[in-house]
Ligand binder design. Structure first.
Ligand code: CP
Ligand code: NVA
Length: 309
């Protein structure tokens, strides 16, 4: 089977992403019915982290174990990605011991380089540019809630970061409307918007860029936000908190979308900043379902990449 990597949703055809969502649904049901079949028996996944993590670290580890395999954690202090040793050498060494590499990095080019030199599948567990595994868990969550993706409207308010980028592509691939409410200086990179618009044209989706958060969430089925200060941006904290304050997902903003809308956040949440307690813990919140769905969505990705490799 051809070696495949999971680095960005823009690189995967929509039908294959859809297959992953359906497989995730199946694996979730199977797990709840008593346990998964050991499809990845004796397979080992390396977990390489340049940044902290709760969900990604635990869900990949647990997911591998539930599928009959195992995972090895390699934190920032252990391998010194690109410092103690080159990324190319690390990729080639890990390929000799493991059957897959999940990497969380700062620079997206580093996970691309890892894929270039690895002879096992590489999964992007978050880079500064994209967070594709989270977006897959989110698509699964939306699908579970509404029973469809096509025709729904997702509004994203706040910082045009890696999460917003992956969601714009995810929505565009599945014929969803995607409305972005962001201030100047926090918009998604131009090339991401261009790609999302191009994909939306193919799927009958719609990408809308607005500055007004209320306009962004009007008639939305899904209202999404993420931290204002992504990992690596800590020295910009004060400015970001000030600039993005009008984009807080609070009860008043969510009310503009309507009672049927769901509120989403990839976590970790900075309660009182980008999301209030009332929304995060309110009846429209699905944030913990999203977190759980990381497990199921990633297991489907792992099976897809590693089962026959
Ligand atoms: N949402 C997410 O990726 O969480 P972690 O940073 O804890 O892995
Ligand atoms: N945008 C956030 C997502 C954390 C899961 C970050 O990159 O820190």
């Amino acid at each position: 089977m051809m070696l495949k990597h999971f680095l960005a949703l823009s690189e995967w055809p929509t039908d294959e992403l859809w297959h992953i969502i359906k497989l995730a649904e199946h694996l979730k049901l199977e797990l709840r019915g008593g346990g998964n079949k050991p499809i990845l028996k004796n397979k080992i996944l390396a977990l390489v982290f340049q940044k902290p993590s709760l969900r990604t670290r635990v869900s990949f580890d647990v997911g591998m174990k539930q599928l009959g395999g195992d995972a090895i954690m390699l934190g920032p202090q252990e391998i010194g990605l690109g410092k103690r040793e080159s990324i190319a050498d690390i990729a080639r060494v890990l390929s000799g011991y493991t059957h897959g590499i999940m990497a969380r990095v700062f620079d997206h080019a580093h996970v691309v380089e890892m894929a270039e030199y690895a002879s096992v599948p590489v999964i992007n567990g978050l880079s500064d540019a994209w967070h594709p595994c989270q977006a897959m868990a989110d698509l699964l969550t939306i699908y579970e809630h509404f029973g469809r993706l096509n025709g729904l409207k997702m509004a994203y308010v706040g910082d045009g970061n890696n999460m917003a980028a992956s969601l714009s592509i995810a929505a565009a691939r599945f014929g969803m409307g995607f409305s972005i409410g962001m201030p100047d200086g926090y918009m998604l990179p131009e090339e991401v918007i261009d790609r999302a618009v191009e994909l939306a044209e193919e799927s009958d989706g719609r990408i809308e860029l607005v500055h007004d958060p209320v306009a962004a969430v009007r008639n939305a089925d899904v209202v999404y936000t993420d931290t204002w200060v992504s990992m690596g941006q800590e020295n910009e904290t004060d400015k970001r908190r000030e600039d993005l304050r009008p984009y807080q997902l609070n009860e008043a903003l969510l009310a503009q979308a309507g009672k049927h809308a769901i509120a989403m956040h990839c976590l970790p949440a900075h309660r009182g900043d980008e999301i209030t307690d009332a929304v995060a813990d309110g009846p429209q919140s699905v944030i913990f379902q999203q977190a759980e769905n990381r497990l199921h969505a990633q297991k489907a990705i792992l099976v897809q990449l590693m089962a026959n490799h």
